[in-house]
Write a protein that binds this ligand. Structure first.
Ligand SMILES: *[C@@H]1O[C@H](CO)[C@@H](O)[C@H](O)[C@H]1NC(C)=O
Ligand SMILES: *[C@@H]1O[C@H](CO)[C@@H](O)[C@H](O)[C@H]1NC(C)=O
Ligand SMILES: *[C@@H]1O[C@H](CO)[C@@H](O)[C@H](O)[C@H]1NC(C)=O
Length: 262
């Protein structure tokens, strides 16, 4: 129902935009996967969204998947006002379950990391790590740590545990850190999180793009275009205007063909 309503609203918007502006119809990069809306700076379709998030999200049978070097994660929600994605990893341990299969951890492509990184209020609990090679400063993150997790039914209190933020550890690579598994929990409320049984398990991933790109995208959208990028290297940012692409906006004054007519 909601989806139909949104679709109707989108169509109405296109027609209203078309009648008031000089562009024949607004181009859109907005997509839906299940009940999740994917929109700028993220994108599902080829050439849509900011180039730094290209080849990141995929829709598989109505499930939104996020692909990272450490594996594929299920995206449960996208919070546009807070610029965050909520992810689920079935291989991750939670208070109630030990996780399924072999957990790889959580590693973001280094080139994406300045724009996409677990939020500072996500705690990673590194479980059963043998290696003492790297001295990690373990400690509570956003009020969540090993002390609380120790009482969980799925956890053996004698096994080593180290709570870190992603910024501290750099990459949660379990084979490199020589850990048996991991858990992740995030805190949204400003209140101190309660017992570990009630934590939100998963990873809260924050995204951002440079402010001047946001501004350029608003100009592009105001001219009836959709913010995207070249479909191949060097992945330059484009304003998609339908039959043609512009490097700035779809207003005729700034018309700037990317590809010369044959
Ligand atoms: C999306 O669907 C899932 C399951 O179908 C549901 O749990 C979730 O609450 C829904 N989210 C929204 C924002 O409607
Ligand atoms: C415009 O850019 C999109 C996204 O990269 C691309 O798929 C499309 O082929 C381009 N269109 C033209 C006319 O160059
Ligand atoms: C994790 O570390 C191992 C060993 O250093 C390395 O081979 C592997 O590529 C790393 N995985 C990721 C996803 O970075």
């Amino acid at each position: 129902m909601l989806r139909h309503y949104l679709l109707a609203a989108a169509i109405a918007f296109v027609f209203l935009g078309g009648s008031s502006g000089d562009s024949p119809a607004a181009v859109s990069c907005r997509s839906f996967c299940g009940n999740i809306t994917v929109d700028y700076p993220l994108g599902l379709r080829r050439g849509c969204g900011h180039p730094v998030f290209r080849d990141l999200l995929f829709c598989v049978n109505g499930a939104l998947m996020l692909l990272l070097p450490s594996g594929t994660y299920l995206a449960l929600a996208i919070d546009y006002p807070y610029k965050a994605l909520t992810l689920h990893d079935a291989a991750m341990s939670t208070c109630a379950t030990a996780g399924t299969g072999v957990a790889a951890g959580f590693v973001v492509d280094p080139w994406r990391a300045p724009f996409l990184s677990p939020s500072p209020d996500t705690t990673f609990l590194l479980l059963g790590c043998r290696s003492r090679r790297r001295h990690l400063p373990c400690g509570d993150v956003a009020g969540m740590g090993c002390e609380g997790y120790r009482h969980c039914p799925a956890w053996h209190a004698a096994t080593p545990c180290c709570a870190v933020s992603y910024a501290t550890v750099g990459a949660v690579n379990l084979s490199q850190l020589e850990c048996e598994g991991y858990s992740g929990a995030y805190s949204l409320a400003p209140l101190r999180p309660g017992p570990a049984t009630g934590w939100s398990y998963g990873v809260r991933l924050s995204y951002s793009v440079p402010a001047e790109h946001e501004e350029a995208c608003r100009r592009c959208e105001a001219s009836g275009g959709a913010c995207g990028h070249e479909p191949a290297p060097p992945w330059g940012r484009l304003c998609l205007c339908g039959a043609w692409n512009s490097t700035s906006s779809c207003d005729s004054g700034e018309r700037n063909r990317e590809m010369p007519a044959p």
